[in-house]
Design a protein around this ligand. Structure first.
Ligand SMILES: *[C@@H]1O[C@H](CO)[C@@H](O)[C@H](O)[C@H]1NC(C)=O
Ligand SMILES: [Ca+2]
Ligand SMILES: [Ca+2]
Length: 645
C-alpha cells in the first residue's frame, strides 16, 4: 500500500504527479473511513474499518488500534489526536497528512499552514525556505529582512553576535581583582577604590601612578619661587620673592620654597633635584605613559636654572636665602611677604663640600636629561657641575659650619657621600674616567657603616648603587648596598614595623624614609638579584603612602587625603582675604588643595593626625616628594614592562 510511504519523511523536492495522486487517494479513503466511524469510535470496534490495517502499518501509530491518523497518533481524552511528521501538514479533516512546501517546519493545517525554521535558521522572504543566520543562539529576521540576533534566557549578547552567560561575574568574578560587571553579555572589571585604576590586563587594580606623577609635579609647581611663567598651573600662586639677591646685587630669585615655609635651602633642594632627575633617567617610560615628560622637564629646569644663578663664581655658591627666625615668624602668602631675605654663601674660606657637591650631582644628573633635548643647556650644566665638584673637592668642609643658620635647619654631618655622589653623576654625564676613579676610591675607603636612610644628609646608599650601576660590577658593590642598607629595612631585621606593615624609621616625616628607600630598592632591582623581593617590598611601602592602610597621605589623591597640611600658601584663602596666623589656627581645611604633596605620615603605631600644627606628621617638603615621586615612576615602569609585582 502506497500510504506506508507517506509515514516516512519524504524529500520535499517538489511533489511528483504520482504523489499528488496518492495524496488524493488517501484523502478520499480517509473521508470514507471517517463517515462510517463516528458512531462507534468509542466502542473499540473498528476492526472492520478499511483503513485500520494501513494505519497499523504506519511506523508512528499510537498504542490504540482505534487510531485512524495517517501518521502520528497520540492517545487523548477523546480517543486520539493526529499530527504529522516533519514535512507534512495536517489535512483540514484532522486525520490525514499532506506534504507541505516548507523547507523545515510546517505548522497549522492544509488550509492555513505556516512555515517555521529550526534554531539557528530564519525564514527567508519566500516564506518557505530557511537560511542559516549568524546568530549564536536565537535568530529572527526583522521586517526589512535583516537578521536579528538574541540570546536565550540567562545569556546576554555582546557587541557582536555571541551570547555570554550573565552569571559569569557571579560565579568566578570574571577573573576581576575587584568588581565585575556584566556589560551586555560580556563582563568588565572595575576598581571601585578611590585612586585605583585597572591595569592593562583588564583584571587587576593598582593605584593610579600616572595620576600620582601628575599631582606630584603640581606640588613642585606650587613650591615655585620667583617670577612665574605664563603657563603656571597653580592659580592661587603668583610671583614672589622676585627681589632675592646676593649682597653684591646678583639675582638669586627663582628656585623652590623648601617646605611649608618660604626659605630656599640649597642642600635639600639639590638632593631633591638629583633624586628627581635620577628617577627620570631611570624610569622615563613612566613619565611618557603618564603624559608628564614636559612637566617634568620644566620641573627639573626650574631647579637647575636656580642653581646656575646661585653659582656666582667658580668658588662661590649661595646655599640659603632667608633666615629661619624671620621666615618662620611669618604665616601668610609668599606673594605678600616683606621680611628681609638675606643670601648666604659658601666659598674657599667658608666651604661647603656637601651642598656644593650635592648641587654638582643634581646639575650633572639634569644635564643627562637635557643632553639630547637641549645640548647647549646640558653643556652649561656640566660646566657648572664640574666647577662645583672641583670647588667642593678642594675646599672641604660642612656648609652648616659656614652658614650658621643652616645648622638650625638642615645641619650637615657628612660630605664624602656628596662628593662621591657628584663624581658618579659627573661620570654618567661626561664618561670621563677620572670621576669614576674618584668615586671608586671614595667607596673603597669609606667606613663600612650602614646609612641611616637615603636622604638629603646622607646619599651613601645612592652612590653605592650608582657605582654598582656605572661599573656593571654587581659582585663587588652589590653586597654593600644590599647587605648594609636594604636588608636592614626588610621585616625582621634592624627596623621595627608598624602594625599595618610600614617600616618605621622616625616619627618626623616617616613616609619620606620608607619611600626614598623604596626608590633605592626599585633602582637596585633593575640590576638583578633579589629583584622580586625588593620590588614587592617597595610596592607595599609606597602603596601605604597612597592609601593601603585605609587613608591616603598624599594631598588631593585617593581616599580621605590630608586636608590640613602644614603649609603656608595653601592655607590662605583667595586674595584679597587676609592670610596670617588666624589662618594657621583655623580649624577649616586648607582653602587651596596642595595636590600631590606627600605629608610626613604616621607614627610607629600607625597613628596620624591631620592637623595644621602637626609638622612632624603633616608638613610637606621638596625632599619628601623626591624619593616618593621617583619610586612611583619605578612602579609605573614595572607595569609598563610587565613586571609589576
Ligand atoms: C667668603 O665669604 C665670607 C663671607 O661669607 C668672607 O668674609 C670671606 O672673605 C670670603 N672668602 C673669600 C675667599 O672670598
Ligand atoms: Ca596613562
Ligand atoms: Ca652628606
Amino acid at each position: 500500500m502506497v500510504k506506508a510511504n507517506h509515514c516516512k519523511p519524504v524529500a520535499i523536492i517538489g511533489g511528483t504527479i504520482l504523489s499528488v495522486i496518492v495524496i488524493v487517494i488517501i484523502i478520499v479513503v480517509v473521508i470514507v473511513v471517517e463517515t462510517g466511524k463516528d458512531a462507534d469510535a468509542d466502542t473499540g470496534n473498528n476492526n472492520d474499518h478499511t483503513t485500520a490495517a494501513a494505519v497499523a502499518a504506519t511506523e508512528n501509530v499510537a498504542t490504540s488500534s482505534l487510531c485512524s491518523c495517517e501518521q502520528v497518533c497520540e492517545p487523548s481524552v477523546s480517543g486520539y489526536s493526529c499530527s504529522c511528521n516533519d514535512g507534512f501538514i495536517l489535512n483540514d479533516n484532522g486525520i490525514g497528512c499532506t506534504v507541505c512546501t516548507c523547507e523545515q517546519l510546517c505548522v497549522g493545517t492544509v488550509s492555513s499552514y505556516t512555515c517555521e525554521c529550526r534554531d539557528g535558521f530564519a525564514l527567508a522572504d519566500d516564506g518557505r525556505t530557511c537560511e542559516a543566520c549568524p546568530c549564536e543562539q536565537v535568530c529572527e529576521k526583522d521586517g526589512g529582512g535583516e537578521w536579528l540576533c538574541s540570546c536565550r534566557d540567562g545569556y546576554e549578547m555582546d557587541a557582536g553576535d555571541s551570547c555570554q552567560d550573565i552569571d559569569e561575574c557571579i560565579t568566578n568574578n570574571g577573573g576581576c581583582e575587584q568588581d565585575c560587571t556584566n556589560n551586555v553579555g560580556s563582563f568588565v572589571c572595575s576598581c571601585p577604590e578611590i585612586g585605583k585604576v585597572l591595569q592593562d590586563d583588564g583584571l587587576s587594580c593598582s593605584y593610579d601612578y600616572d595620576e600620582v606623577l601628575r599631582l606630584s609635579l603640581l606640588f613642585y609647581e606650587a613650591q615655585r619661587s620667583g617670577v612665574l611663567p605664563a603657563d603656571n598651573r597653580i592659580k592661587w600662586r603668583g610671583d614672589s620673592a622676585t627681589d632675592d639677591a646676593t649682597p653684591n646685587g646678583e639675582d638669586v630669585s627663582g628656585g623652590y620654597y623648601d617646605a611649608g615655609d618660604h626659605l630656599k635651602l640649597g642642600l635639600p633642594m639639590a638632593y631633591s633635584a638629583s633624586v628627581l632627575a635620577w628617577g627620570f633617567v631611570e624610569f622615563e617610560d613612566a613619565y611618557e605613559a603618564a603624559g608628564q615628560v614636559d612637566n617634568m622637564l620644566a620641573c627639573l629646569k626650574w631647579f637647575s636654572d636656580y642653581f646656575i644663578k646661585c653659582h656666582t663664581q667658580e668658588h662661590e655658591f649661595y646655599a640659603q636665602i632667608g633666615l629661619k627666625h624671620d621666615d618662620h615668624n611669618y604665616w601668610g602668602r609668599p606673594e605678600e611677604m616683606t621680611m628681609d631675605r638675606p643670601a648666604f654663601k659658601v666659598n674657599e674660606t667658608n666651604p661647603g663640600t656637601d651642598v656644593v657637591c650635592a648641587t654638582a650631582a643634581a646639575m650633572a644628573a639634569i644635564s643627562i636629561v637635557f643632553k639630547d633635548r637641549d645640548p647647549s643647556y646640558a653643556a652649561t650644566l656640566v660646566t657648572h657641575a664640574e666647577q662645583l665638584y672641583e670647588f667642593g673637592d678642594n675646599f672641604r668642609g660642612y656648609y652648616s659650619n659656614s652658614i650658621a643658620d643652616a645648622a638650625e635647619l638642615y645641619k650637615s654631618t657628612s660630605y664624602m657621600d656628596d662628593l662621591c655622589f657628584a663624581a658618579c653623576w659627573l661620570y654618567y654625564a661626561t664618561s670621563e674616567s677620572k670621576y669614576l676613579t674618584q668615586a671608586i676610591d671614595i667607596l673603597n675607603n669609606e667606613p663600612e657603616t650602614k646609612p641611616y636612610s637615603f636622604g638629603w644628609g646622607d646619599v651613601t646608599a645612592g652612590y653605592r648603587l650608582l657605582v654598582l650601576k656605572l661599573t656593571g660590577d654587581t659582585s663587588t658593590y652589590k653586597g654593600l648596598v644590599i647587605d648594609k642598607f636594604l636588608t636592614a629595612w626588610q621585616p625582621g631585621n634592624d627596623l621595627p614595623y608598624t602594625p599595618k606593615g610600614m617600616v618605621f624609621r622616625h616619627e618626623w616625616g616617616q613616609l619620606r624614609y620608607s619611600t626614598s628607600t623604596s626608590f633605592i630598592a626599585l633602582s637596585l632591582a633593575e640590576e638583578g638579584p633579589k629583584r622580586n623581593l625588593y620590588r614587592e617590598w617597595a610596592k607595599e611601602q609606597v602603596d601605604i603612602a597612597l592609601g593601603d592602610t585605609g587613608r591616603s597621605f598624599v594631598v588631593g589623591f585617593g581616599i580621605n587625603p590630608p586636608q590640613y597640611p602644614h603649609h603656608r600658601s595653601s592655607s590662605c584663602p583667595d586674595p584679597p582675604a587676609s592670610c596670617d596666623w588666624p589662618e594657621y589656627g583655623s580649624t577649616d581645611p586648607n582653602p587651596q588643595i596642595l595636590y600631590g604633596a606627600l605629608v610626613g605620615g604616621p607614627d610607629e603605631n600607625d597613628d596620624y593626625s591631620d592637623t595644621r600644627d602637626n609638622y612632624f606628621q603633616n608638613e610637606v617638603t621638596l625632599d619628601y616628594n623626591a624619593g616618593f615621586q621617583s619610586a612611583i615612576a619605578g612602579l609605573r615602569h614595572l607595569q609598563l614592562i610587565g613586571e609589576y609585582p
